[in-house]
Design a protein around this ligand. Sequence first.
Ligand code: FAD
Length: 485
Amino acid sequence: MANEHFDVLIVGAGLSGIGAGYHLQTRCPGRSYAILEGREAIGGTWDLFRYPGIRSDSDMYTLGYSFRPWTQAKAIADGPSILKYVRETARDFGIDKRIRFGHQVKRAAWSTEDAAWLVEAVRNDGQTVRISCNFLFLCGGYYSYEAGYTPEFAGIERFKGPIVHPQKWPEDLAYAGKKVVVIGSGATAVTLAPEMAKTAGHVTMLQRSPTYVVSRPAKLAYDIVRWRNVLFGMYFFRLARNKPEQVKQRIIGMVRQQLGPEYDVETHFTPRYNPWDQRLCLVPDADLFEALKAGSASVVTDHIDSFTEGGIQLKSGRTLEADIIVTATGLNLQVMNGLELTVDGRKVEPGKTLSYKGMMYEGVPNLASSFGYTNASWTLKCDLTCEYVCRLLNHMKRTGNRQATPRNSDPNIETLPWLDFTSGYVTRAMEKFPKQGSKAPWKLHQNYALDLMSLRYASVEDGVMAFSNKAAKRVRRREPEKAAA
Ligand SMILES: Cc1cc2nc3c(=O)[nH]c(=O)nc-3n(C[C@H](O)[C@H](O)[C@H](O)COP(=O)(O)OP(=O)(O)OC[C@H]3O[C@@H](n4cnc5c(N)ncnc54)[C@H](O)[C@@H]3O)c2cc1C
């Protein structure tokens, strides 16, 4: 039994959850809602990650909300500025008052009879609370907050110094003058290496294989508008997918220009895959290349044999000395915010579920999740998802339907992985993720223009979304007619 009821429950108070709160209270006024947040803070990613140099790697004009434009001059913003922006948004629109902190949502059970979800959360004091809602909006991001991903390294226990994962950065880690090895070649590694190199003795970025690294000015002219960035991003992604060789040569040519003819760009900056088969890494003002040129950082492309007392033994026979090792080896992706879902007692298996418009799920009523783009700013898709959810809720209210369920009746829909990235952290998790279909509306567009049509403009009555479960009409009991006198 639920202790409380809301029209809508939102899971998570990060960038997505705060955005969802705004859209809901603006577009569906009068609808009651609450946000359940597992941690004690607003901001999600931007509160959790505290490593030196933490910053966005997409521009803030598109990572910021459509309803609250980012006005600072720096397009590539540091983590604390983004956190401040999310917190201020929550405060300015009164969304912070709707948050229940320390509520980790564990499961939700849909009952068609009640047209409601019964949501179970465990509070920080160990108490389980049950709250029901008519619509459940998952805005809990895409990775586990418990721990980042660290592969098994032989001899890891032998290393004498600190081993740090960027997801749990110790506040007091002193690295000035120290030899640091950063394992990884993703966004976090390319951010950390030049930042730590400012004061460390030396920073070695140790990568198994190279990544595409693109330099971009941190400070863009203020008149660069959201749309221009959106369009450029879409154009670049299309070009990379259609003419990969051309884009590959262009990116590598730019790196060569930065690092000069002596540098071994072939070994360290020429990936074996095509651009946008994995996420590109953006470096503001060529900071990584500057650190490499200055000699305060270096890149080693090799495989780890084992950790030793004083560093890392590589498969090539070379050794790397280290006082500190940073494992920038990625995240553990998490499906549906780690929730167990049931629909009328039947367990929902996310890995066997087809996603609808990349935000709802076949056979799962009144539930949406906010999952952003991998090739553009997260918020662009989340804003559109919120608009769609609000349209759906308003339509249900207007028509008296209490339930909206995506239903597939097309036997020719083929299922495909949710993401087609070849990165390790993606391929490791894709089996557990919902599938996308080969055709609309089951196809996941990584494309803002297509989503704009599908989520903002297309009718919610598309023949696939099934509306049902009208509230039984209350029969007004008539007074028994008085017997004729
Ligand atoms: C280091 C780093 C840099 C990034 N940079 C960019 C970038 O530049 N551009 C970009 O587009 N994207 C970037 N991303 C992706 C980034 O995560 C998103 O942009 C965005 O912050 C995600 O917001 P969110 O609210 O969806 O999820 P999160 O930020 O992950 O927040 C989710 C919140 O939900 C809570 N939560 C989760 N599950 C539950 C549960 N079951 N019960 C209760 N609460 C729950 C969490 O505690 C958390 O507070 C970056 C990610 C990382 C890790």
